[in-house]
Design a protein around this ligand. Structure first.
Ligand SMILES: Cc1ncc(COP(=O)(O)O)c(C=O)c1O
Length: 338
């Protein structure tokens, strides 16, 4: 099967499998798994933060950040279309007891929006305490260092903390040609995923100050996320950061190539400028086109794609799909639409 549903479908690399076998292990709840400790130190280093915590998933990392930056009854600001708001099952309300003030935009949140969405001091209002940013954005576009810094500065001036959902932080950094530390510098905490384009089977990293990570470590225990010989997984994370991170730009070039191939169909519209990372968002319109039938027909021919997401189709490139397979996939789609 050619699988373009997400970069989360990537399998661990051979080097990861070997690293799993060799990893020195301990009990991470006691803090003595050397492989986890090495991964946490490396994650802190590559994001320019004091400390890091290995967590089960990106969702867990984001939610631990919210829980560790806020108090029950406070409010967070986040993009209306962000992962935290749309795809984490309302966890901020359930787990941290905070409300969310959403910013109705598909673009990076601006300083003016931060100011406009922060509550005034008034006993009728919850206290706004955290701004959640996202980079890369869910639609595959990226926020620049300046955009991130401006939003974060406005938040800090208002006394808010800032968390960055950087599930694809290194994709964003590669797309912008900057060091990920530059994107993370303006924010207080950042989460990045090992298990997407970086190919690790499990895990994400939450990074921030020592005090913040100590609180998050305690909260991770509360959620049942304290793992024991987690070094078998952390070993893959080390390979992901050391070996796979450097080749993410190849996935971006493959996305550009795939977009151009799809655009040969008159029924497909793609804004090529929006293809910044490994994601292609396509408007596909043809009278009578049924999304479920389209997806099923592709599956029957060996191509896995998602159905409509917010009215569009999303195709994601990654290490486990070659340029030849992308040509084949584009051929199947354009032929079906013809
Ligand atoms: C922007 C963003 N944040 C967070 C996550 C959550 O990651 P996980 O699926 O590991 O919980 C995702 C997953 O796709 C994501 O795209």
């Amino acid at each position: 099967m050619i699988d373009l549903r997400s970069d989360t479908v990537t399998r661990p690399t051979r080097a990861m499998m070997a690293a799993m076998m060799e990893a020195p292990l301990g009990d991470d709840v006691y803090g003595d798994d050397p492989t986890v400790n090495e991964l946490e130190a490396l994650a802190a280093q590559v994001t320019g933060k004091e400390a890091a915590l290995f967590v089960c998933s990106g969702t867990m990392g984001n939610q631990l950040a919210i829980m560790s930056h806020t108090q029950v009854g406070q409010e967070i600001i986040a993009g209306l279309h962000s992962h935290v708001i749309q795809h984490e099952a309302g966890a901020h309300a359930r787990l941290s007891g905070v409300s969310a003030m959403t910013v109705d935009t598909h673009d990076p949140i601006t300083a003016d929006q931060v100011r406009a969405h922060t509550r005034e001091a008034d006993i009728h209002h919850p206290l706004t305490s955290l701004l959640c940013l996202e980079n890369a954005l869910g639609d595959g576009r990226v926020a620049t260092v300046d955009q991130t810094a401006q939003a974060a500065e406005a938040a800090h001036q208002l006394g808010l903390m800032v968390h960055l959902d950087g599930a694809r932080l290194f994709n964003a950094a590669a797309a912008l040609g900057v060091d990920a530390r530059e994107l993370a510098r303006p924010v207080d905490s950042v989460m990045f995923c090992l298990s997407k384009g970086l190919c690790a089977p499990v895990g994400s990293m939450l990074c921030g100050s020592k005090g913040f990570i100590a609180r998050a470590r305690r909260n991770r225990k509360v959620l049942g996320g304290g793992l024991r010989q987690a070094g078998v997984l952390a070993a893959c994370g080390l390979v992901a950061i050391r070996e796979v991170r450097g080749r993410l730009a190849e996935d971006h070039s493959k996305a550009q190539a795939f977009a151009r191939l799809l655009m040969k169909s008159p029924h497909v519209h793609i804004d090529l400028d929006s293809v910044r990372i490994n994601m292609v968002w396509a408007d596909i319109h043809k009278p009578g086109l049924d999304a479920a039938a389209f997806v099923a027909a592709m599956k029957a021919q060996g191509l896995l794609i998602n159905g409509l997401l917010a009215g569009r189709y999303r195709f994601v490139t990654h290490q486990d799909v070659s340029l030849e397979q992308l040509e084949q996939a584009a051929g199947l789609i354009t032929a079906y639409l013809a």
